[in-house]
Design a protein around this ligand. Structure first.
Ligand code: KG4
Ligand code: ZN
Length: 367
């Protein structure tokens, strides 16, 4: 079974082809093309939704075409143009598309393109929740010594989704059986990285920039708050941390002390440490409480090396028998491969006419 997956929920335009066999449940990645308008947003210090959607309108067809070419599903020799011809129908079984959550203009580009191609090619559409897609990036098989291998993920699993828009802890009892445990009450972890990056005049997105500068920073120079560190629930809050950094930067500016890269690097390292400590502590608490056998990371912040290392370190030093999984870094940030992976494990094709974009989609109305 082959699935064309499409992801356009934020600023990325991505298409992937995955091949899944219902028998061994392996999800093989045949192609995964990601085009990002990050450079444009870098200049404006954040995403302007209208700009993102306009870029996506431009790139969606070339990106899908490229994904088909890279998986040998597009006849390169002929001049068939799949936008205007019904002659070309790729050898796929379904089209999976992110329907939410996300920016409405961006989601519409992917959803309406998926529906149009489905109508033209007479294929069903599988609507996908972007957040569950992030979890399923962990279920994409990897090539080891010329063979596809799936990670041996044992249930129950605790999943930490840490992206630009979300910070959620989810209990996964088995495939397609999720329970939301808690989430951020204000800013998401990625959003905190981005907003603090902006305070420090770093390029957007703040996460990778702060990670890079942290390498030469002193984690003990500043002590920033660890929001909701000891709270009994599984909720998070990061806006207080942002406010604390803002106060510190103002203070340093007043005494003309914030003179250069050294101080900025120290702030970055201290901020990164605060965020990581809260994420790791709450995730391990959930793991113990629900006797989980695996931890699954997902979302852009999961690409952070220090976060991954800290999880490995804490698990190793605990007496817990937990396996830790994090997707390859290019599968942490937004991509269509993860959307295809979830579709393979949750194969519920629908009539394209019944599918609409839903920016508010969350865990209470799971797809
Ligand atoms: O999952 P994602 O690509 O998009 C959303 O669904 O939001 O996540 C993007 C977020 C941004 O906030 C970005 O700053 C953060 O992920 N991010 C990182 C790193 N790479 C991306 N945060 C910390 N360290 C990183 N290396
Ligand atoms: Zn995402």
């Amino acid at each position: 079974m082959k699935i064309l997956a499409i992801e356009t929920s934020c600023d990325e335009t991505s298409a992937a082809i995955i091949e899944a066999s219902p028998k061994d449940k392996k999800v093989k990645l045949l192609s995964n093309v990601v085009s990002s308008s990050l450079e444009l947003h870098s200049k404006t210090g954040g995403i302007i939704p209208e700009v993102a959607a306009r870029e996506q309108v431009k790139y969606i067809i070339p990106v899908i075409k490229q994904a088909l070419i890279e998986s040998n599903l597009y006849p390169q020799a002929s001049n068939i143009n799949f936008q205007s011809s019904t002659l070309y129908r790729p050898d796929i079984d379904a089209i999976a598309v992110t329907v939410g959550p996300g920016l409405i203009g961006s989601l519409l580009v992917g959803v309406e393109t998926a529906k149009t191609l489905a109508y033209l090619w007479r294929k069903p559409v599988i609507p996908i929740n972007h957040l569950l897609g992030h979890i399923y990036a962990n279920f994409i098989s990897v090539m080891v010594n010329g063979k596809w291998q799936m990670a041996n993920i044992l249930f129950p699993a605790i999943s930490l989704i840490v992206s630009g828009g979300h910070t959620d802890l989810v209990l996964m009892k088995k495939h397609n059986d999720f329970e939301w445990l808690g989430g951020t009450r204000d800013d998401a972890a990625g959003e905190a990285f981005d907003k603090i990056g902006r305070l420090l005049n770093l390029p957007y997105p703040g996460g990778p920039a702060i990670e890079k500068l942290s390498e030469r920073g002193d984690v003990n120079r500043f002590t920033f708050p660890r929001p909701m560190f000891g709270s009994k629930d599984f909720d998070f809050s990061f806006s207080g941390l942002k406010a604390a950094v803002w106060r510190e930067v103002n203070k340093l500016n007043k005494v003309r002390f914030l003179t250069g890269p050294r101080v900025t690097a120290d702030i970055c390292a201290s901020v990164q440490k605060s965020i990581i400590e809260v994420l790791v502590k709450k995730t391990l608490k959930a793991t113990k409480q629900y006797k989980a056998k695996s931890i699954l990371l997902g979302g852009g912040v999961a690409a952070n090396n220090k976060l991954r290392k800290q999880f490995e370190f804490k698990i190793k030093n605990s007496k817990l028998k937990i396996q830790f999984f994090a997707p390859a870094k290019n599968l942490c940030t937004d991509n269509a491969a993860m959307i295809g992976a979830y579709a393979a494990f949750n194969y519920k094709p629908q009539d394209p006419k019944t599918i609409t974009a839903n920016p508010e989609l969350y865990f209470d109305n799971l797809i």
